[in-house]
Design a protein around this ligand. Structure first.
Ligand code: SAJ
Length: 447
C-alpha cells in the first residue's frame, strides 16, 4: 500500500477529506447532504445556475423527505454549499462523486452528453491523489471506455470505483442509509477507500465487486423490476378477462413464500425504469443487444396508458355517455406517490389522448403543477367538481383522505371512478354510487 493511499484513507476515516459532488439532481443532492450530515465538508456542483441559487437560498428544488431541513442545517453549519464552478470545486476536493443523469434519446439510445462533459472537465484538471467515484447509471463498458481514459494520467496517481446509486426518489435519505450498497472497484486500494467513505453514511451491508459487474447489476436491478411490473400489468389484463380482481389474486398468490406479484397500474414512469433496460441493451461504443423478454416488458408497460383509455371509453359506453366534451378530473401527474417528478409519467400520454378525444381536462397534483395540457388547480375539490369521471393516476398520501360520498355529491350524474392505483375500496365506491373501474378489476362489457 502506498503512503499516498494511507494518507487519504486516514483523512477519510477522520472525515477530513473535502467532497465535491457533481450533479445536484435527485441523486446528487441527497448524496451531498448525507455526507454533510455525517460531518464532511461538501461542495455540490451543477451547471444549472437557477438550481444552484435555489439551493443556496435554502429552497428545495424538488419534493423529497427532509430535504429542506438538511439543506438549511448544513448551510448554517457551513458543511455544504452549491456552486457552478466545476474547476475550482474539483481542485479543492480530495473526493469527487459524479451523479449526473444519463437519460435516453428519442430513438432510445443512451444520451451521454452530461457524462462526457464531466469527463472532459476531469480530463483537464489535476486529479493527483484524489478518489473519483461514479454513481450515474452507465451503459455497460462506459467506466472502462470513457471514465478511466479521462481520469488516468501518466504522471498522476488517483483511485476510482463505480458506486451505483440505488435510492428510491421520495425516500432518498433513508434509502442511502438503509439500503445495501454496491462498490465496483477498479483495484483493491480504490475499493478500500470507497468502502471507508460509504461506511460513514450507510448502515447496511456494503457489497464489493468488480466495476464491470457493478455497472451491469445496476441496470439489471431496474430491469428486473420493470419486467415484474409488466407481468403484473399483463396478469391484471387477464384478470379483467376472467372477471376477477387482481388485488385479491395478488393477495392470495403473494401468500406463497416464493411469489411476489407487483402492482398493476397505468404504466411505468420516472427517470429510471423506462430507461435502464435500454441502457442494459446498449453497451458503450458497441452493437445493440437484442432481448425478447426485456423489450416486450417495456412494450407492455408502455401500452398501459392505452389500456386505461380503453377502460375509460368502455365506462362511458356503459353509462351511455359521450366522451367528447365530457369533464374529466385527473388526480396525480407525478410518476409515483409523494414525489414531484413527472418524467415519463403515464399521465402525459393519458391526458394527451383524452384531449385529442375532445375531453375537458382538469388536473390536480399536490406536488407539481405540470398538467400536460389540462387545466391545473391546486384545489383537489375544485378539480373534481362538476366532472363526469375522476381518474386516480398517482397514489399521493393526500388522496387517500378523500371522502367518496362527498365527492359523488359534487360530481355530475352517474359518476365514474377509474382508480388505476387502487386507493379506494371498490365496495365503498359502489355504495357511494360510482361506476368503479381499475386496471385488473371491472365489470364492464367487452367492446
Ligand atoms: N410501479 C408499478 N407497480 C409496482 C411498482 C412500481 O406500476 O409494483 C411503477 C410506479 O408507479 C412508477 C414506476 O413503476 O411509475 C417506477 O417506480 P419505482 O418505485 O419502481 O422505482 P423508481 O424509478 O422510483 O426507483 C427505481 C428503484 N429501483 C428498484 O427498485 C430496483 C430505485 O432503487 C433505484 O435507485 C432507482 O430506480 C434508480 O435511480 O435507478
Amino acid at each position: 500500500m502506498s503512503p499516498q493511499f494511507e494518507e487519504l484513507k486516514e483523512k477519510i476515516e477522520n472525515k477530513k477529506v473535502r467532497l465535491c459532488i457533481i450533479g445536484l439532481g435527485q441523486v446528487g443532492l441527497p448524496t451531498a447532504l448525507s455526507f454533510a450530515n455525517s460531518g464532511f465538508s461538501v461542495t455540490g456542483v451543477d451547471i444549472n445556475e437557477e438550481l444552484v441559487s435555489k439551493i443556496n437560498n435554502g429552497i428545495p428544488p424538488f419534493e423529497e423527505e427532509n430535504l429542506q431541513e438538511f439543506i438549511k442545517n448544513n448551510q448554517t453549519n457551513k458543511r455544504f454549499h452549491a456552486s457552478v464552478k466545476i474547476e475550482e470545486s474539483i481542485q479543492d476536493s480530495d473526493v469527487i462523486i459524479v451523479c449526473v443523469a444519463t437519460p435516453i434519446t428519442e430513438d432510445v439510445r443512451p444520451d451521454m452528453k452530461n457524462l462526457k462533459a464531466v469527463c472532459d472537465s476531469l480530463g483537464d484538471y489535476n486529479l493527483n491523489e484524489k478518489l473519483i467515484l461514479i454513481e450515474s447509471s452507465l451503459p455497460p463498458g462506459t467506466f472502462e471506455g470513457l471514465i478511466l481514459p479521462s481520469i488516468q494520467k501518466a504522471d498522476q496517481i488517483c483511485w476510482s470505483c463505480y458506486v451505483p446509486e440505488r435510492l428510491v426518489p421520495g425516500h432518498a435519505f433513508s434509502e442511502i442509509k438503509d439500503a445495501p450498497r454496491l462498490i465496483g472497484e477498479l483495484d483493491s486500494e480504490s475499493g478500500v477507500l470507497a468502502q471507508e467513505l460509504y461506511k460513514t453514511i450507510v448502515n447496511a451491508e456494503i457489497v464489493l465487486t468488480t466495476f464491470k459487474v457493478a455497472e451491469i447489476s445496476k441496470l439489471v436491478e431496474n430491469t428486473y423490476r420493470d419486467v415484474n411490473i409488466a407481468l403484473a400489468n399483463e396478469i391484471g389484463i387477464i384478470c379483467e378477462k376472467y372477471g376477477i380482481d387482481f388485488d385479491e389474486l395478488s393477495r392470495v398468490c403473494n401468500s406463497h413464500p416464493r411469489v411476489n406479484l407487483h402492482q398493476a397500474g397505468p404504466g411505468v414512469g420516472g427517470p429510471c425504469l423506462p430507461k435502464d433496460p435500454h441502457l442494459l441493451l446498449n453497451p458503450f461504443n458497441s452493437e445493440k443487444i437484442d432481448s425478447d423478454i426485456i423489450l416486450n416488458a417495456r412494450k407492455i408497460n408502455d401500452t398501459m396508458p392505452n389500456h386505461v383509455i380503453d377502460l375509460i371509453k368502455r365506462s362511458f359506453q356503459e353509462k351511455n355517455k359521450e366522451l367528447k366534451d365530457s369533464a374529466i378530473a385527473i388526480l396525480g401527474t407525478a410518476y409515483k406517490a409523494n414525489v414531484s417528478d413527472t418524467r415519463f409519467s403515464p399521465a402525459k400520454e393519458i391526458i394527451g389522448k383524452l384531449l385529442d378525444l375532445g375531453c375537458k381536462i382538469k388536473v390536480n397534483d399536490p406536488n407539481t403543477e405540470s398538467a400536460f395540457g389540462g387545466a391545473y388547480s391546486k384545489n383537489v375539490l375544485d378539480t373534481i367538481e362538476n366532472s363526469d369521471l375522476m381518474i386516480m393516476l398517482t397514489d399521493h398520501d393526500e388522496y387517500s383522505e378523500l371522502d367518496l360520498k362527498a365527492l359523488k355529491e359534487i360530481m355530475n350524474e352517474e359518476p365514474i371512478l377509474v382508480d388505476t392505483k387502487r386507493i379506494f375500496d371498490k365496495h365503498e365506491a359502489d355504495d357511494a354510487g360510482f361506476l368503479y373501474v381499475s386496471v385488473g378489476y371491472h365489470n364492464l362489457k367487452e367492446n
